[in-house]
Design a protein around this ligand. Sequence first.
Ligand code: GRF
Length: 211
Amino acid sequence: VSAVITRGQRVRTAVLISGRGSNLAALLAAAADPAYPAEITLVLSNRPDAPGLTLARDAGVRTVALAHADYESRKAFDRAMHGALEAHGTEFIAMAGFMRLLSPWFCAAWQGRLINIHPALLPSFRGLDTHARALAAGVKIHGCTVHHVVPEVDAGPIIGQAAVPVLPDDTEATLAARVLAAEHRLYPLALARVTGKTMKTEPDQPFLLAL
Ligand code: GRF
């Protein structure tokens, strides 16, 4: 999968959120460097009360809030989202805690220009409650994955992964915090990988971020 970037020096990137926005904060911090290949030009939330919207506004980034409950269908919501993204000249989308399934139509419209971060080492633990399930499974290594988005949930091609140990005394909360710290390192590197100049010459290989 490769992205088609048509305009500008830095890739105009929208971040989709539903909540806290700590990964958004990591991306904003990375993109504050003018040498970073992506510029965060829009933050869009399906929840108007998402704390991440405040982070974005404080960073001077435009925000759009579209309450999904106001739309009659998933596709109607996705069309509204698509319109807002296009209106802001969006070239690339990074999902960061966006807790809403996307329609096949939306995935097709943004294919190769739509990525997500998932708090597990895919293909293990797709879906929700990944840290509790990792503890229950007794895995000794856990982590996070940045991947391209396809209609099947958490199933798109892997861009990068970061691994962390699972420690004997871990609770869901301690493990989640360790993975989240890894997410904050991985996501800026992965977004740079897919939007950067190396994108056109390098094969789209996964990389391992050792922490
Ligand atoms: C992260 O754990 C991310 O992997 C998952 O949702 C969480 C979002 O956290 N998709 P934040 O809003 O970025 O703090």
